[in-house]
Design a protein around this ligand. Sequence first.
Ligand SMILES: [Mg+2]
Length: 229
Amino acid sequence: MDVAVGFDIDHTLAIDNKLERVALLHLLDRIVAEGGHALGTLQQETDAIDELLAHQRAGGSSIDEAVHRFAKERGGRSPEAYAEGFRRLCLHMAETFIIADPEAKRTIDRLHALGVPVGVLSNGWNPLQTAKARRAGFMGTVLASADIGARKPEPEAFAALCRALGVAPAACYYVGDDPAADIMGAMRAGLQAVWLDNEGRRYPPDLPPPHHTIRSLRDVLDLLPAAIS
Ligand SMILES: [Mg+2]
């Protein structure tokens, strides 16, 4: 029986400890040093950065466009050059900021040992999302929304994952923490939606419940057909 498992990254396989927020604060330092200016207090800047990144993650812009806007609004001397510096800094920070879920590598290794194809689908940009997946022990291709031109919860994003894994949607489990992007998206695309709730949260009552709820990543192994696990 063909079965595959796909994973979300952020807050599923790993946490990034606000890596991009900190990288933008470092960029602000550079902008000010080069004659630009902050728009408010450090707290106001942090709030503005969170808003900018939330807009970007929701599909409002590319990461380069977000950095460009950030620099331009603060009188940055060379907004275009900052985007490359920002991306480079994020990758440099990945080593220390990204912490994998303690169960991630073991679960992925076990799935591989069982012959189950494993994929990763994430709203974000490469190579940062790939760097996060590597920290969690995933060595395959990471499908990032900026590369595939579709973002969760759009069905096209999940269709790209199923194509990459070589299985029909109904044979693919998708594990994620976000009820709207991961769970609703996976269900609409015909996948088996697995909600990772390792914080004891309440599932939003206005959304259709997930097919499965797990408390730890390793619990996904218990969902597989008996013939496999
Ligand atoms: Mg997530």
